[in-house]
Design a protein around this ligand. Structure first.
Ligand SMILES: [Zn+2]
Ligand SMILES: [Zn+2]
Length: 302
């Protein structure tokens, strides 16, 4: 694997699915791991984050026999929004419960810490968020901005006139209000002139979303919400417009307009089993060489 790679940990939208009909693409909800050298950035904390945490914990344990000699886990988790399918795995992310871990969680909203405590800790989990073992920092992101992370995991605000150091990772973000009820954060992670855009739970406009297209311009990998086929989106009995999700065709339109080098479909409707996704994939793969149907454990070099 190269120094910059992406690993899909959960690609399912809305709620987890189980059973043999979902074994190929996987049933865990949104989570994508970015591995940049020794640094790991995790996008969303759906149920897919649990396996990511297990692997990080195994690596930590194997790093030395004596606990005091082990290399502590350091991770940044970026939350797109606090809908259940994007936070449900967080409490079972093992590194949170290891005292030497250093974890930063960032996301939209003025009170992300309080929201997480109310929704998945406290009354619904044996621990309050304040009682977990690791060193935890929770940051609230504004409407848009950029920050960089250096090799020592130090975070600094970024201005466009500032020159990045070779090892710096740049995180760019803005909040889109096309997803009910409080919008969704779109992220772009850039490292040594290569970039990945993470756009889940994002409905697009007919003809494309100009601001979004500009944000994705020339990215190396666009991970884009593809919850529905166009047929299902327009289904007269149960139309999906306004639900805050895109179709495969909408994602392709953004790829074309933004000149993204690769597109990964993501956040599949929970009713779409392997058979259905295979059929959709046959249809699109006939026309496009640079599209990927993401599935659990798929790794892509950037
Ligand atoms: Zn979702
Ligand atoms: Zn959502």
């Amino acid at each position: 694997m190269s120094e910059f790679s992406v690993k899909f940990r959960g690609v399912r939208g809305s709620f987890p699915t189980a059973g043999r009909d979902f074994a190929k693409y996987g049933g865990n909800t949104s989570c994508v791991e970015l591995n940049i050298g020794e640094r790991t950035i995790i996008l969303d904390a759906g149920t897919g984050i649990i396996k990511s945490g297990d692997d990080l914990t195994e690596k930590y344990i194997c790093s030395a026999q004596k606990p005091e000699k082990r290399i502590p886990i350091q991770t940044l988790i970026l939350i797109s929004h606090i809908h259940q399918d994007h936070i449900l795995g967080l409490t079972f992310f093992k590194p949170l419960h290891i005292s030497s871990s250093n974890i930063k969680i960032m996301g939209a909203g003025k009170e992300l810490g309080n929201d997480l405590n109310d929704l998945i800790f406290g009354k619904t989990f044996p621990l309050d968020l304040g009682d977990i073992a690791c060193t935890l920092q929770i940051g609230n992101l504004g409407e848009f901005g950029e920050f960089s992370i250096n090799k020592k995991w130090e975070i600094e605000p970024y201005q466009h006139d500032k020159k990045l150091k070779k090892d710096d990772i740049l995180i760019s973000y803005y909040k889109s209000y096309v997803h009910p009820q409080q919008g969704v954060m779109i992220y772009k992670i850039t490292y040594q002139n290569k970039s990945v855009v993470y756009a889940t739970d994002k409905e697009c406009y007919l003809g494309g979303d100009k601001k979004f297209v500009e944000f994705c311009k020339n990215c190396d990998l666009l991970i884009h919400d593809s919850q529905y086929t166009t047929e299902d989106y327009l289904n007269p009995i149960s139309p999906k417009q306004g639900f805050g999700h895109s179709t495969f065709d909408m994602a392709i339109e953004i790829m074309k307009q933004s000149n993204a080098k690769k597109l990964a479909f993501f956040h599949y409707d929970p009713s779409y089993n392997d058979d259905k996704l295979d059929k959709i994939s046959e249809y699109y793969n006939a026309d496009y060489k640079n599209i990927i149907f993401s599935h659990e454990n798929l790794e892509i070099e950037i």
